[in-house]
Ligand binder design. Structure first.
Ligand SMILES: O=C(O)CCC(=O)C(=O)O
Length: 178
């Protein structure tokens, strides 16, 4: 896992994320060899049309790594962002969708999928946890960004059993009350 982050897009103040591809940043900043990265988003709060949902351009991941410019100003996080002509061309072909759902919903998407999100002008917070993952053999080769942004522990993730949360809850229930 190369990155684990919490994007708290706060009510009224949550800011824009410009159009970009995840792998565009991993390739250019961190020298990840192949676009074999996946992104997992876990909604900690309900995501609606009003509170700054993610916006996806369906099938845009099939276009490979698109030309991009390094945006250090308009986002709270340096990103390799796509120009308007590219976004227009892709959106005219594939449309734009916003994955929405209640807290606990999970979205998995390819590292080359073009996405963005608008500001959150609503009175409702929109917190999403993101995991950036890729095959261990494809780990980043350049260590330019801070370790807390681009993790360098390449230990494979071990899957737990399907009922691991039940086991945890049972252990907790058995523990003596303090
Ligand atoms: O959380 C958001 O609104 C956008 C996040 C995003 O695009 C990213 O983390 O790359």
């Amino acid at each position: 896992m190369h990155q684990f982050k919490v994007n708290a897009k706060a009510a009224f103040d949550g800011a824009v994320w410009q159009w970009h591809q995840e792998y565009g940043t991993w390739a250019r900043d961190d020298d990840m060899p192949e676009p074999r990265e996946m992104y997992i988003a876990v909604f900690l709060e309900e995501v609606t049309a009003a509170n700054g949902p993610l916006l996806f351009i369906p099938k845009s991941h099939k276009s490979g790594v698109l030309q991009a410019g390094h945006d250090l100003e308009t986002t709270s996080y340096p990103l390799w962002t796509l120009d308007r002509a590219t976004v227009t061309r892709l959106a005219e072909a594939g449309g734009i969708v916003a994955p929405m759902g209640p807290a606990g919903s999970v979205v998995m998407f390819h590292g080359n999928l073009v996405h963005a999100s608008p500001p959150n002008i609503s009175p409702f917070n929109r917190t999403i946890v993101y995991l950036s993952l890729c095959a261990v053999s494809n780990h980043i080769r350049r260590f330019k960004r801070a370790e807390w942004i681009a993790h360098r522990d390449f230990t494979p993730i071990e899957p737990l059993t399907d009922d691991c949360l039940d086991e945890l809850a049972a252990a907790r229930d058995k523990a003596p009350a303090l």
